[in-house]
Design a protein around this ligand. Structure first.
Ligand code: HEC
Ligand code: HEC
Length: 273
């Protein structure tokens, strides 16, 4: 009986899936399992067991191409990803997979999350706790603004969930110096009077430099008045969040950031976790 019910549930899932046009130029099948957190988690586990040897533990690539932040993968339909994973790529190292279809669809859901914008993804974690860490312990708010609130030394994050993937956000937090953003070079200048100003170089010409300090105040300085200009190597953003935040705290911050999207339909999109 239970078996029959399950079979029925699966059949109706398949019936409910709709065909959507995509970049493959036609109508193609959507993932019948959807993209809930359970499906993505199951896909991640399966991926680690069957695929990480070639595509890397975080899908950053190895013997096979990177699957995270891969434009071809982002543009592919669910169905064509399914087919690549099921059938492999002839004449390459990419093997066909003997796994049951359900497991393959789970992996399709997981691979999708590696490429989707953060707000399109169901990100595990507690957003409220993430906001508290962002505002408090981690001090992110001192340098970043969200909807007008916060500091000015780092980029505005009000729309960050709509413009970056979760993997990119994670990388920005853990390795800020590897993802520099233009216009945020840290600099320290020393005036001939001995006064020091630290901040971000907003404009730098042969004769003048404009420095914004942590309070958001702009200083337009004549280079003739300065005794020293030292540009910072690497990001102003602290590089030790891996040590300062627990895994859970980091995950919560990611959950919070991933919902920062200015288009309200995106920001309000309920996730059923
Ligand atoms: C033995 C190594 C190997 C294993 C194991 C492997 N792959 Fe691959 N994979 C490759 C290679 C090599 C390619 C590139 C194929 C080509 O030349 O187009 C590839 C391509 C792909 C692509 C297409 C990427 C693109 O840029 O279009 C996807 C998706 C993919 N693999 C997913 C998986 C998944 C999911 C698994 C686990 C079930 C897996 N692979 C297991 C080596 C591997
Ligand atoms: C001392 C200031 C400072 C603090 C504190 C700080 N950041 Fe940053 N952050 C920056 C700067 C500056 C950049 C621009 C990257 C660069 O250095 O080029 C940046 C970049 C980023 C980016 C990438 C933005 C993009 O456009 O891709 C994200 C995401 C981010 N920070 C999140 C955080 C989070 C979350 C925290 C707290 C856990 C935090 N930052 C704490 C200064 C800071």
């Amino acid at each position: 009986m239970r078996c029959l019910l399950l079979a029925f549930a699966f059949a109706s899932l398949i019936a409910a899936q709709h065909d959507t046009p995509d970049r493959d130029g036609g109508k193609s099948k959507k993932n019948p399992l959807g993209d809930s957190a359970e499906v993505v988690d199951a896909g991640r586990t399966q991926y680690v067991n069957s695929c990480s040897g070639c595509h890397g533990p975080t899908a950053e690539g190895g013997r096979g191409p990177r699957l995270a932040g891969n434009g071809d993968v982002r543009g592919a339909s669910d169905e064509s990803l399914f087919n690549v994973i099921k059938n492999g790529v002839r004449g390459s190292d990419m093997p066909p997979s003997p796994l049951p279809e359900e497991k393959i669809w789970q992996m399709v859901a997981y691979v999708r999350t590696l490429n989707a914008r953060a707000y399109q993804t169901r990100v595990p974690g507690d957003r409220e706790a993430g906001r508290a860490t962002y505002m408090g312990k981690a001090g992110c708010v001192k340098c970043h603004r969200i909807r007008g609130e916060g500091g000015l030394l780092g980029p505005d994050l009000s729309n960050i969930g709509a413009s970056r993937s979760v993997a990119q956000l994670r990388e920005s937090i853990l390795k800020p110096s590897e993802r520099p953003t233009e216009g945020y070079d840290g600099v320290t200048v020393v005036l001939k009077s001995g006064k020091r100003i630290q901040g971000i170089a907003k404009d730098n010409t042969n004769y003048t430099i404009q420095v914004m300090d942590a309070q958001g105040q702009l200083h337009l300085l004549n280079k003739a008045e300065l005794s020293e200009i030292v540009f910072r190597k690497g990001s102003l953003m602290p590089g030790d969040y891996r040590d300062r935040l627990s895994r859970q705290e980091l995950q919560d911050v990611l959950a919070y950031l991933s919902r920062q999207a200015l288009r309200t339909d995106a920001a309000n999109k309920e996730d059923k976790q």
